[in-house]
Design a protein around this ligand. Structure first.
Ligand code: SF4
Ligand code: SF4
Ligand code: SF4
Length: 253
């Protein structure tokens, strides 16, 4: 994992020795108030990694979910990535679609600004939002702050966990495990700062959506042809909608 300035970082042991309860409370207030999670400008980033999900190609086989679980030995009941199933309509006008989910590596990540130890940050060199497990104290502030339910505390490590765009693979020129496993190429990974990358070309020529734009986090996972219908949306015509999301939450976040 890369290095960054030390001014906000504490060791796990040092943090606890300093008095975790009081420090967590004041750290939260300070970091939220200062808005220190502001992402670097695009120009400052050498790469800007993103994923485009072409939902028109996804047929819900969960190859991505399984590949990610296997790559990271994600504990039972948790996921770094999953695929939602959206069923809607009243017979005979019905549809079923799929919505793959993973960390958005947001430009304004709300998970970063709440972290009291500096254990999670957005990398200047490629925009990946990472977690340093040697610094994380497992306080779950970031888990609560992510509006997409992308984080969890890994029971094996006791620290926060989530998708990291498969840094260990990408740094060797490989594709992320979920991208490589997808049989229909519904997931495309690449660098938005490279105008010739496939993600740049797809983004230039397709209408796009992101998850929950009203949260202001500026996601870097873009959807083509996705149905974002939510069970909680107003449906004056009484249309049937059923969204199956991840195991931890029955209701989409
Ligand atoms: S999706 Fe959630 S965990 Fe990922 S960068 Fe955005 S706020 Fe953080
Ligand atoms: S659980 Fe999240 S907020 Fe708490 S120290 Fe770890 S990365 Fe930071
Ligand atoms: S990029 Fe890697 S960590 Fe992220 S969802 Fe895909 S396989 Fe999992």
């Amino acid at each position: 994992m890369d290095e960054r300035p030390d001014k906000n970082r504490l060791s796990r042991r040092g943090f606890l020795a300093a008095g975790a309860g009081a420090t967590v409370a004041s750290g939260l207030a300070a970091t939220v108030a200062s808005g220190s999670a502001e992402a670097p400008s695009d120009a400052a980033q050498r790469k800007k990694y993103a994923v485009v999900i072409d939902a028109r190609r996804c047929y819900g086989v969960h190859a991505c979910t399984v590949a990610c679980k296997a790559e990271y030995k994600v504990p039972l009941g948790e996921n770094r990535s999953w695929v939602e199933e959206v069923e809607k309509g009243n017979y005979p006008d019905v549809s079923r679609s799929f919505l793959p989910r993973l960390c958005n590596h947001c430009n304004k990540p709300s998970c970063v600004s709440v972290c009291p130890t500096g254990a999670t940050w957005k990398r200047d060199e490629d925009g990946i939002v990472v977690i340093d497990k040697d610094i994380c104290i497992g306080c779950k502030y970031c888990v609560q702050a992510c509006p997409y339910d992308m984080r969890f505390v890994n029971e094996d490590t006791g620290t926060a966990d989530k998708c990291d765009f498969c840094i260990h693979r990408v740094s060797q020129g490989l594709q992320p495990a979920c991208v490589e496993a997808c049989p229909s190429r519904a997931r495309i990974f690449g660098d938005l700062n490279d105008p010739d990358s496939e993600v740049s070309k797809l983004i230039a020529k397709n209408p796009l959506t992101v998850l929950r734009p009203e949260k202001g986090t500026k996601p870097n996972v873009y959807y083509i042809g996705a149905d974002h219908t939510d069970e909680r949306d107003p449906r004056p015509d009484g249309m049937y909608v059923d969204v199956k999301t991840n195991r931890r939450y029955k209701e989409r976040r």
